[in-house]
Write a protein that binds this ligand. Sequence first.
Ligand code: HEC
Length: 209
Amino acid sequence: MSDKKYKDILTGHNYDGIQEYDNPTPGWWWLVFHCCIAFAVCYFVFFHISIYGWTRDEAYSAEVKRNFDKQFAALGQLEVNGETIARFLNEPQWLDVGRTVFQTNCISCHGKQGEGLVGPNMTDDRYKNIKQIGDFGTVISNGAAKGAMPAWKTRLSPNEIVLVASYVASLRGQNLSGPRPPEGDVPPPWPVPDKPADAETPAKPDAPK
Ligand code: HEC
C-alpha cells in the first residue's frame, strides 16, 4: 500500500526469512464485512423467525392463488347445473382451470388423462351415472357408489365443481384406452352452449370490441 501511515511497520514475525508488514485491513473492507453481518442478521430474523418472511415458493403460491381468486371473482357465484356446465364446454380458458382441479383431486382414481383407473374411463362414450350433462354436477357434488366416488361439495367450491364437471364432460369421445372396460350406457350428446360463458362476465378494458 502506498499510503504513508501504513508504511513499513513490521510485525516482527519471521518465517524462513519471510517477514510481514503490519498493514491494517482497509476501512472499506471492514464496512463491507460489517454490512454483511448486519444483513445476515436481518435476513435470518426476517426469513426464519418473523411471520413476514416468504420463501420464493410461498410467494409464488400466494401469487397463483391471488390470480385464481381474481379469475373466480370474474365468474361470480356459479350454480351447479347442466346449463352452467354446458356453458363452459367452449371456453378453453376455463376448461384449463377445470383441468387443474381435475389434476389436483381426481387423477389418482380417474387417471392422468381421465382414461380411468379405480374409477371409470371418462374419455369414452359410456357412463354409469350420467344421463345428461347436469348429472356431472350431482355426481361430483354428492359422490356415487356409496363413497367409492367421494362427494366433493365440502371440498370444492361450486365454481370449481362446475369447471371440473365441464372439463370432465369435454373429455368425452377421445376414447383413450384405460385399464377398465367401457361401463354403462351412452347418453345423448351434450347440449351445444348457445352463448359463450364469458358473455356475462365484464369485458376487460383493453378487450377488442
Ligand atoms: C377415491 C377415488 C376417486 C376419486 C379421488 C374421484 N373419483 Fe370419480 N369416481 C370414482 C369411482 C369408483 C366412480 C364410479 C362410481 C360408480 O361405480 O358408480 C367414479 C365416478 C365418477 C363420475 C361418474 C362417471 C360415470 O361413468 O358415471 C364422475 C363424473 C367422476 N367420478 C368425476 C370425478 C371428479 C371430477 C373427481 C375429482 C374432483 C373424482 N371423480 C375423483 C372414484 C373416484
